[in-house]
Design a protein. Structure first.
Lengths: 113, 114
């Protein structure tokens, strides 16, 4: 059974810092991995999708890496801003391609001005 | 990317009643998904809805409690039946991009059952 874990559960940093959010999964046979952002009381916004054959994806100040063999992904946020404050969720899409995503518990990030 | 809307955005309901949540997508999609996010928790898949066939439910979720309709390729409904306070959650629908596998989510329906 696939399990997804995110560390840390919460993180508070001053504006301008570079930071790394971690995601680990127990079954390396994945189809892809997706990072989302969720603002309080809102739905999910897709940030980055990494296919199982890829090592990393970049979008603006965000960089996500994937090490399938070790069951790990990281989301790197460069030069953090107060607007980056949100909960970041990692979700794994299993190899059966059913569409089902298995989510981690999320990391709640606060960037202080 | 897909644009997804949900109705209602939020509701407060009495226990024992039912609520139907609507999900509308701006493009035709094969599969639509319904997730639940309980307070302080992450998302859990309830069921997958394919047009023209019965929804596929995940372990712990049953059709009598969460009946789903999928009348066409752009629309689906989820009903939360005979509600109890434990059903208080955010319910989200999502679709998958057939080209790259990215999933997009609606804004969610916040349900409070008293």
């Amino acid at each position: 059974k696939q399990e997804v874990t995110q560390i840390p559960a919460a993180l508070s940093v001053p504006e301008g810092e570079n930071l790394v959010l971690n995601c680990s999964f127990t079954d390396s046979a994945i189809y892809n991995l997706q990072w989302f952002r969720q603002d309080p009381g809102k739905g999910l916004t897709s940030l980055l999708l990494i296919q199982s054959s890829q090592r990393e994806q970049t979008s603006g100040r965000l960089n996500a890496s994937l090490d399938k063999s070790s069951g790990r992904s990281t989301l790197y946020i460069a030069a953090s801003q107060p607007g980056d404050s949100a909960t970041y969720l990692c979700a794994v899409h299993g190899s059966s391609n059913t569409g089902k995503l298995i989510f981690g518990q999320g990391t709640t990030l606060q960037v202080k001005p | 990317s897909a644009v997804i809307s949900q109705k209602p955005s939020r509701d407060i309901c009495q226990r024992g009643t039912s609520l139907t949540i609507q999900c509308q997508v701006d493009s035709q999609v094969t599969m639509m998904f319904w997730y639940r996010q309980q307070p302080g928790q992450s998302l859990t898949l309830i069921a997958t809805a394919n047009q023209g066939s019965e929804a596929t439910y995940e372990s712990g979720f049953v059709i009598d409690k969460f009946p789903i309709s999928r009348p066409n390729l752009t629309f689906s409904t989820l009903t939360v039946s005979n509600m109890s306070p434990e059903d208080s959650s955010i319910y989200l629908c999502s679709v998958e991009d057939s080209l790259g596998g990215t999933q997009y989510f609606g804004p969610g329906t916040r349900l409070l059952v008293l």
